[in-house]
Write a protein that binds this ligand. Structure first.
Ligand code: H79
Length: 447
């Protein structure tokens, strides 16, 4: 068991509900992976390095000194905090989480604790976290910080593994990485976390930890928890390590078929196949996929933390900005079916387990259905229809009585004919979908 009680161990359920309230309503956030890795952008020594861009130092076994030499070349004068926060707003996102320090150990903020940072080691000399904090305050956006507490590939003693095996955190590729993990923890990670927690006013509201290894024992994690406990409104995820469960489950690059009933959770995903910018990764998901992912996640009670990867000039790749604006356009008309909603009342619309096919673990394979999803409020059931039916929309196992029905995007709220027979409901739809990606049917209900 862990040695220091965390807030989750001591607060009452009502206190937890109050602490998590804004986050549960938010549903949609922006992840930003931005750092020195945006300079090589997926290419090192003339070779395209496979896999995620922010891992290039590891995947190309770049020596510490060579990686650190990127800092004097980092001058992202195109970075504009106002525009990034405005982009998140226009996408309908309610919070931003940015990489304050990723596994490469480079701090994207003004740090007195360690000089390998954007203010001390680059010609840019500005603190993007401070600029984002100011803009978030102005524009009514929440701000959180990602911090890689355990892996640090440029700090002596930081975890650095090349095998993908979190239990072997000392598979170093450069002698400069050797050293004592406790020294790293006490001279870099904990002091920098203190800076992040105290230098930005009312932010951060989230700390997003990542990839704990065997180094993160309960005792060591407890030292971090003692610090987090001084910020009682903070929300932190389940990746600190050392037996701490944190506040939020963090499925990465997938949507759990049933969500996590009873738990707070957030799917983090990329738009292409990398978090940090890669110049040649153009494998962008469609707006349809991104929007349906958001609706799917909301229908299961989770949040969608969708990533952007600004380039080495601080510019958001246009394909990412375009897609975010398109999702935001839909939310501006249909957001009431997403924000502040409860999960679906109908488990079955998401798909079913196959009677014959097995998944990779030998369990019945889940066959997803993408016909429609549903979200809930006290007096309303929303149905987000992806596949427009030929004829009425048919709903089974409806636990409430439907009083009225209309399309959310219809400014006149023209009433649609409803036939209810016990828990079976048929709604007469117009001939065509209001939106080919998702048309929201609103059912006003009584219990
Ligand atoms: O910040 C993003 C990722 O860099 C980070 N989490 C998200 C939010 C992350 N770190 N580790 N992992 C995700 C999973 C590790 C994957 C690995 Fe690999 C498989 C490490 C080594 C083998 C991927 C493939 C990275 C290198 C090769």
């Amino acid at each position: 068991h862990h040695p220091v009680a965390a807030i989750q161990d001591t607060e009452t359920p009502a206190q937890r509900d109050a602490r998590m309230a804004w986050w549960r309503d938010a549903r949609f956030g922006m992840f930003i992976h931005w750092g020195l890795y945006s300079i090589p952008a997926g290419t090192w020594d003339g070779k395209q390095i496979p896999s995620i861009g922010e891992w290039i130092m590891n995947n190309a076994s770049i020596p510490v000194a060579d990686y650190k030499a990127l800092a004097p070349k980092f001058n992202p004068v195109g970075f504009n905090a106002h525009d990034i926060v405005a982009l998140a707003k226009s996408a309908g996102m309610k919070y931003i989480v940015i990489t304050a320090k990723h596994h490469d150990g480079f701090a994207m903020f003004d740090s007195k604790a360690n000089s390998f940072n954007i203010v001390a080691a680059t010609p840019f000399k500005r603190d993007p976290l401070r600029e984002l904090a100011e803009e978030c305050r102005k524009q009514g956006m929440k701000l959180g910080f990602y911090y890689s507490q355990d892996q640090d590939w440029t700090a002596s003693g930081g975890s650095a593994y090349k095998t993908g095996n979190h239990d072997s955190p000392t598979h170093h590729w450069d002698k400069a990485q050797d050293g004592d993990f406790d020294t790293y923890l006490h001279t870099k990670a904990i002091p920098q976390l203190k800076e992040l927690l105290t230098n930005y006013g009312d932010f951060p509201v989230v700390i997003w930890f990542d990839t704990p290894t065997a180094n993160m024992t309960p005792e060591r994690a407890g030292e971090i928890v003692a610090l987090l406990n001084q910020h009682p409104n903070l929300i932190w995820n389940n990746r600190l390590g050392g037996t701490y469960k944190g506040d939020t489950e963090t499925p990465e690059q997938y949507i759990p078929p049933q969500g996590y009933p009873g738990l707070d959770w957030e799917s983090c995903m990329t738009m292409n196949d990398t978090w940090g910018y890669k110049s040649y990764d153009t494998n962008f998901k469609s707006t349809e996929t991104l929007l349906r992912n958001l609706i799917d996640i909301a229908s299961k009670g989770g949040n969608y933390l969708l990533n952007i990867g600004p380039d080495s000039n601080g510019i958001v790749p246009p394909p990412e900005a375009e897609r975010l604006k398109a999702v935001g356009q839909w939310l501006s008309l249909n957001g009431e079916a997403v924000y502040g909603t409860s999960p679906t009342l109908f488990g079955s619309e998401a798909g079913k387990f196959s009677a014959t096919e097995k998944d990779s673990k030998g369990k019945p394979k889940f066959i997803a259905s993408w016909d429609w999803r549903s979200t809930t409020k006290v007096d309303k059931v929303y149905v987000e229809i992806f596949k427009w039916p030929n004829g009425p929309f048919h709903l089974e196992k409806m636990p409430r009585t439907v009083k009225r029905a209309y399309l959310l995007a219809d400014a006149e709220k023209k009433l649609l004919a409803v036939k209810q027979d016990g828990d079976m409901v048929d709604i007469q739809l117009p001939a065509n979908a209001a939106d080919p990606i998702a048309t929201v049917l609103v059912l006003e209900t009584v219990k």
